[in-house]
Design a protein around this ligand. Structure first.
Ligand code: GUN
Ligand code: FE
Length: 432
């Protein structure tokens, strides 16, 4: 970690660790020491010669985005097959594509673009599914380290229902997972960590789930998977796991909901008992609104779930979702909450902008430690937005400027990215 001290000058907006109002500091100063934000003040503090001043006056400075659910190996097929539902979409488009990542050169080409584009979009933290292929997964981990991005990267486990090209035997799946854990160990010091990734219950036999659960317990490993995304999928899980109470219990029954270390994608159709179980296990739910619309999965009752105290981050779910830029998903989360309110119960709770922004920054960031908010004691992981073009017609206040950036802007408005207080260069352009 850098020992440098910096004083940033600009217009800051941040959520807080808990959902609520956003804080705005217009024309303010942020003092960053050793990568950590010390204070934000409206009056310029007295500083010594050892502090470097960085002038972003007139620009927005916001916490970096966290994408807590995406599939690196679906980057190429993003946008394809959105006239299908989940299960045929997986079989027809996704599984055949993922099998191609046994080819190292193909994997390297795709991951080079993906890592670059994560950087470009200001997604400095992500929780990623790779494929079943260990070597491709470790390659992705190394490329993320090179780019200075933080991530959980999972080798996918699937020993059934994946088709001949993708499926592993149970023994291969466990053996390869242990090999992957060994190969990932050196990357942990650089912020790229392994995460157990049983694809979803229908892809894993009870024996594989059992062995992965044991690994999670023995080594304290985090887990990511999918649940309650699509009605046909949920019926299938009931038939495959008749002894479990419900879908979330399948993971719980196999020790695959480690407390505070689980990311569960989608979670659209949950019973109250499942919500309670996820709350107890402090699961981070990855809400993937774009994907849920594209493959007609449904609309998550996000506002209701927030009201129950659940921790909900946002996932692009590339390639079920069609944009990497997390502003798109912040706005999609709001749109879907509003549609659900309009089509179901107009007396129900509705997501507001501050909550949606919180999901894409603070809540997602909570998976990665003290990041995702611009408050003292947290890492200064931040994006600088030049939004002059978006507010050129008439003056807007800082919160309105943030809304314009999220709903109308995109990665072209991000002019600088900082990770632990240090400027993050474009991948591939770093001087070695
Ligand atoms: N469930 C199991 N695998 C997948 C996947 O790749 N994408 C989505 N959206 N859901 C899944
Ligand atoms: Fe997914």
């Amino acid at each position: 970690m850098s020992k440098m001290k910096y004083l940033f000058h600009g217009d800051f907006v941040t959520a807080h660790p808990e959902p609520g109002e956003l804080s705005v500091y217009e024309n303010a100063y942020a003092l960053v020491c050793g990568g950590v934000l010390e204070e934000i003040t409206l009056v310029k503090p007295a500083i010594g010669d050892d502090v470097i001043e960085i002038d972003y006056q007139g620009k927005l400075i916001i916490p970096a985005f966290s994408d807590v659910h995406l599939h690196a190996v679906q980057y190429v097929t993003t946008g394809l097959g959105y006239d299908k539902e989940l299960l045929p979409w997986l079989t027809d488009y996704t599984f055949p594509e993922e099998a191609r990542f046994a080819d190292r050169d193909y994997a390297a080409r795709v991951f080079t673009d993906l890592v670059h584009d994560l950087w470009s979009c200001g997604t400095l933290h992500s929780s990623i599914f790779s494929s079943v292929n260990t070597d491709a997964t470790v390659l992705l981990g190394k490329m993320l380290v090179e780019a200075g991005l933080s991530a959980f990267v999972g080798k996918v486990n699937m020993d059934r229902n994946g088709g001949v090209d993708l499926e592993e035997t149970t023994e291969e799946s466990v053996h390869e997972t242990i090999r992957y854990l060994d190969l990932m160990a050196p990357l942990e010091d650089y912020g790229v960590k392994p995460i157990l990734t049983p694809r979803f219950a229908p892809s894993c036999t009870p024996e594989l789930m059992h062995q992965l659960g044991q690994l999670s317990v023995e080594r304290g490993l985090p887990v990511q998977s999918h649940a309650n995304e699509n009605l046909d999928e949920i019926d299938w899980v009931k038939r495959l796991f008749p002894d479990s109470r419900d879908y979330i219990s399948v993971y719980h029954d196999f020790n695959l909901l480690p407390t505070g270390k689980t990311v569960m994608a989608h979670c659209i159709y949950n019973t109250d008992a499942e919500l309670e179980m996820m709350h107890e296990c402090d699961v981070l739910i990855a809400h993937c609104p774009a994907s849920n619309a594209n493959i007609a999965s449904g609309i998550m009752p996000s506002a209701y779930m927030l009201g129950k105290g659940l921790r909900i981050g946002l996932g692009s779910d590339i390639g079920g979702g069609n944009r990497l830029f997390m502003g798109h998903h912040v706005s999609a989360a709001m749109k879907q909450s509003r549609l659900r309110w309009a089509l179901t119960d107009r007396a129900s709770r509705i997501l507001n902008f501050a909550e949606a922004f919180w999901m894409g920054t603070a809540a997602g960031g909570s998976l990665f430690g003290k990041t995702g908010v611009l408050i003292p004691g947290y890492a200064f992981d931040a994006l600088v937005i030049d939004d002059r073009h978006l507010s050129r017609y008439r003056p807007l206040d800082v919160l309105e400027r943030l809304q314009r950036f999220i709903f109308v802007g995109d990665e072209r408005h991000i002019v600088a990215r900082y990770c632990n207080g240090e400027f993050l260069s474009e991948p591939g352009t770093m001087v070695k």
